[in-house]
Design a protein around this ligand. Sequence first.
Ligand code: ZN
Length: 441
Amino acid sequence: MSTIWIRHADVVTLDASGTILRDADLLVVDGRIACIGNVPEDAPADEILDVRGGVVMPGFFNAHCHAPMTLERGWAEDLPFPRWLNEKIWVAESALTAEDVYWGAALAACEMIRSGTVGFNDHYFYMDRVAEVVEQSGLKAQLTWCVFGVGEDKEVGAGLDGALSFAERWQGAADGRIHTCLGPHSPYLCPPDFLARISELAHARDLAVHLHVAESREQVENSLARHGKSPVVQLADLGLFDGRTVAAHCLVLDERDLEILAEKRVFVARTPITYMKLAMPVNFVTDLRAAGIAVALGTDGPASNADMDMLAVIRQSVLLEKYLRLDPESLPGDTTLRMATQHGAAAMGFAESGALVEGAAADLIVLDFDRPHLRPRHDLIANLVHSAKGADVRHVMVNGRLLMRDRVLLTLDEERILYEAEQRALRMVNQNMSQVREYRA
Ligand SMILES: [Zn+2]
């Protein structure tokens, strides 16, 4: 039995009533929060963390990302979405190897832990290697091997059979820290019969689904022209929303789509920094929430964000919504912190995370508030949403195990990861740039 006693913390619990405790203690026993508030003086503790001046809150759950795309960070800049994808991202990824994926995901894991993320929902290729990173890092994750359904020879690394066997191989691994699901890329790239097959498999094997949905008006218009229905109606008709589903983006929805997503309890993951960076028109998060849809937040891949700092995503979500609505009252800070924590955790099947209450999983972070930009402390929520940065995170704990203590990573060899990831990124891009030159010549 291991116990950690966190002392003298200001605690943002994000519990049902939004309780905030000042100068409180918190006792973690065997990976769970055993006591919050006043811990008995004689409580046994293997380790005491005195965090005076610090703020404890639930760790972040990044609800949509492609972690190994750290290797493409800063390599596809100032381009419209089709050119960004076709001329840069697909080209770089055509040289992708399983080893690249490992080091790209490891780099992402360092970055995520350093900025307070405790769980991530990853959609990419060669996912066994991402699962290894999750296992080693101590993070939680829901992982899926992205498939397109355009012919086994064109899939990256594995077709549907491979993606399914990955899902079954790793489901519940790392003491339950790894969840797996099925990940068709999107209704705009995957043929309907392939989506129907995924739906059957998801039901038969009790697997969740994670995919991209309705990212642009053009995608919706094409869907109406091809199938006579919007992407949301098409997916609902195929049964893809009948289990636990995470639909990334959902930027173009009509009233019927909103009703379906709410009725089917689909989690929508929003990644606002991608939308702003790639200049993609968006609908209002507050309209989705008003329709009763659970909205979570993510970074998306670092090629389009370009970092994995959930505090940046939180702040930009709030600013974007207020600005577009011209309404400073829309999307208050407490709501947005819940989107980045408990809604993301629920979307990935970690429903016992995301709030600091007795009995919950001890997936929590401690931020150092002894910093100029975090004083004074009138309103801890306001400081977290509008002033805190990932670099303010001092300790990170998952299932009661410290992954970072005093800004030192305890589970990953960061120096080696920075070196290997840089080498891999350069190799991937150079190789492809020479291919592009040859092609043009
Ligand atoms: Zn994505």
